[in-house]
Write a protein that binds this ligand. Structure first.
Ligand SMILES: [Zn+2]
Length: 191
């Protein structure tokens, strides 16, 4: 199982997020853009173009039971159009939730991420918390600390993973994207 980027954000997820305004925005990758360096990409783009930085969240799913929100920077043009100029796995469009409050969460070049359990299951919620902990380790600068922490997290995660797996299989309908993360419908993947 791996995280995948959903084409659309279901009404269930929108409800979980409090019916926020998620926009579908175009991806027009700039030739100088580097993967996973969206903020730097936008800043250097704006050195030669009109517009401003727009911060927000993009989304991916694990097994259709955990939602990952990843802080992301895009270009806001003068006419208020939003364009993503960073490579996003060859996607032409992404779902994006504008949120400039992320500005206070940026440290160096790292942008934060967070995880949300989409179902009411204790083990899935615990697993989402562990993923948040891994995310926070990006801000830790001593590699030896990271390794110790990661080992602890991995051993805890192995306890919750079977539930993540079994709940994913249970919840994913045949006409939905497969829980495995292949990006294709379950009916044509893991039946
Ligand atoms: Zn599959």
């Amino acid at each position: 199982m791996k995280f995948y980027i959903p084409n659309s954000i279901s009404s269930d997820i929108r409800r979980k997020l409090g019916y926020v305004k998620i926009r579908k925005i175009k991806v027009i990758t700039h030739p100088n853009s580097i993967k996973d360096e969206c903020l730097e990409n936008v800043r250097s783009y704006l050195a030669n173009h009109q517009g401003e930085v727009q911060l927000g969240w993009k989304f991916s799913l694990l097994g259709n039971v955990i939602l990952r929100l990843i802080a992301h920077a895009v270009v806001k043009k003068e006419n208020n159009d939003l364009i993503c100029i960073s490579p996003n796995e060859d996607l032409k469009e992404i779902n994006f939730l504008p949120d400039n409050s992320i500005k206070n969460m940026i440290e160096g070049k790292y942008l934060p991420g967070k995880h949300l359990s989409l179902i009411n299951n204790k083990n899935i919620k615990e697993y989402a918390l562990l993923l948040d902990k891994v995310e926070k380790l990006k801000f830790e600068f001593l590699p030896e600390n990271i390794q110790v922490e990661l080992d602890i997290i991995h051993s805890k995660a192995s306890f919750y993973l079977p539930t993540v797996y079994s709940e994913s299989i249970k919840i994913t309908k045949m006409d939905e994207c497969c829980y495995c993360g292949s990006g294709i419908l379950r009916a044509f993947c893991h039946q």
